[in-house]
Design a protein around this ligand. Structure first.
Ligand SMILES: [Zn+2]
Ligand SMILES: [Zn+2]
Length: 486
């Protein structure tokens, strides 16, 4: 069956999984020097130059030839079996396998395999929207990681923070900053130590996130998730915001943690540790009033604002409830613009794909998605994100924090593999760490800052370089903070 590129673009080709198809397109050989290739990309669009690699899985497909073929400069017609990829780590959607040219002779020369391609670094920018740096690991190093017997092994690599770099947690409720959901305890909830575990694990800076929908949300579905269960009273969530900002400042005072409010203080104090960037998870405290962003910036030193949380608020839709607004609202867009103008990092965690897309179109600064992980097909109400969702963040130059949910990862090594998958899709310079410390219903795989050296080792074992681990554990967020807050 002959198919055209609209079938690929629309995803209608999913129906053709396993069937033999004919398709024509431009061959993108990944090694321009090779005499013959058995793996390449077939693109709907003519390549603009030799070094240009198509990035969109809906306008190009992978091709695995039955026999190597000499690189072709003109449109190529192929017949092969179409495979719909469900969980491709590089984010491709379709692969044509056992492909044969319909009208050209075959050659049998030097082969350039997919494996070699992935290991070559040519995958740089393959799926990320912005040019970037592909994680420098190879399949050979993968195998080493898989056969490493245990964390106790003497061969466990230790991460040495490169000079001048420091670690940043993009999302934390450490120290029990949030009021208790139990109304009897409420704002009298005692704090727990925060600076000591940060020092012990080498965590320098945390985005300390208050939550301002706590009194109207509850644990639902047999402790599986949170949901909003009642409408707040007018003024209720604004008042909760005041209480929570006060708690955040009481906590940092008690723990002798320094609040950093601009790139100068962050770079001056960050490396010495414990520091906090005042953050809010959910802009519910605004109650739709955009000028309250200014108040939070000035009065409470807010520098990182997550637009939505577990309640569909005035700013937009959330992943865990059916959409109401069709994404980001006009008020949400105004809040993004106000954050850009003031110097507040915009965080779109918990927001729907539609929310993220409009936020990306609205924001003049890179976006953060502080805590999530990849899934090819997230279920209803899932907090995980698709590769396309992740790419929107990368396209703004932003960062996605991989979170340590035990529902997603069974241990730190699995989490490190999750970080690697994210880096495969969007480039290592767009990946960070969002621990969501003390924010989980079930204990996560990273539950104390004292585990940070173990996580860093797991990232090294997963194949990241020392410098890449530094970027993931802090450098990438630092870049976005500098661009957003200045
Ligand atoms: Zn969250
Ligand atoms: Zn959280």
């Amino acid at each position: 069956m002959q198919i055209d590129w609209s079938t690929i673009r629309t995803g209608d080709a999913d129906r053709l999984h396993g069937t033999t198809i004919d398709i024509s397109g431009w061959m993108i050989p990944l090694d321009a020097q090779a005499d013959a290739v058995d793996y390449f990309l077939l693109s709907a669009d003519e390549p603009c130059c030799g070094g240009c690699v198509p990035r969109n899985p809906l306008t190009s497909i992978e091709v695995q030839m039955a026999a190597p073929l000499a690189p072709q400069a003109e449109v190529l017609a192929l017949r092969g079996r179409l495979v719909c990829l469900l969980d491709d780590p590089a984010g491709w959607r379709y692969r044509l396998v056992d492909a044969m040219p319909l009208d050209r002779p075959q050659a049998s020369q030097r082969r350039f395999s997919r494996r070699a391609f992935l290991a070559s670094g040519v995958a740089l920018g393959l799926t990320a929207c912005a040019p970037g740096h592909f994680a420098g690991y190879t399949e050979a190093r993968d195998e080493t990681a898989q056969t490493t017997p245990s964390k106790q092994s003497e061969t466990v690599p230790r991460w040495q923070a490169p000079a001048g770099t420091f670690t940043i947690d993009m999302h934390s409720h450490g120290g029990r900053v949030i009021v208790s959901r139990n109304p009897v305890i409420g704002a009298n909830r005692p704090f727990i130590p925060l600076a000591t575990p940060m020092r012990a694990g080498g965590m320098n800076v945390i985005c300390l996130a208050i939550v301002t929908d706590t009194t109207v949300t509850r644990v639902a579905d047999n402790r599986k998730r949170f949901e909003a269960w009642r409408e707040p009273q007018p003024g209720e969530l604004y008042a909760l915001g005041q209480t929570e900002f006060l708690r955040a400042h009481q906590l940092v005072e008690r723990e002798q943690i320094r609040v950093v409010t601009n790139i100068a203080s962050l770079t001056a104090l960050g490396a010495q540790g414990p520091c906090a960037i005042i953050s809010a998870e959910g802009a519910d405290f605004l109650e739709g009033q955009v000028d309250r962003v200014d108040e939070a910036y000035t009065k409470h030193q807010l520098r990182h604002l997550q637009l939505t949380h577990y309640r569909v608020n005035e700013l937009g839709d959330i992943q865990t409830e059916p959409p109401v607004h069709g994404g980001l609202t006009d008020i949400g867009a105004q809040v993004v613009q106000r954050c850009n103008a003031l110097g507040i990092v915009v965080d779109v965690a918990h927001g729907t794909y539609d929310l993220v897309k409009r936020a990306a179109n609205t924001s003049t600064k890179p976006l953060v998605l502080s805590h999530s992980a990849l899934a090819t097909h997230p279920g209803a109400r899932s907090r995980l994100i698709t590769p396309d969702h992740a790419r929107v963040i990368a396209c703004t130059g932003g960062v996605i924090g991989v979170w340590p949910s035990s529902g997603t990862f069974h241990d730190l090594h699995a989490m490190a593999e999750g970080v690697k998958r994210m880096a495969d899709v969007i480039g290592v310079e767009h990946v960070g760490l969002g621990t969501d410390m003390l924010g989980f219903i079930s204990p996560p795989v990273f539950r104390s800052y004292e585990q940070l050296p173990d996580l860093a080792s797991a990232l090294l074992l997963a194949g990241f370089s020392q410098a890449e681990v530094g970027a993931i554990l802090g450098g990438n967020y630092l870049r976005v903070f500098q661009a957003s807050v200045g």
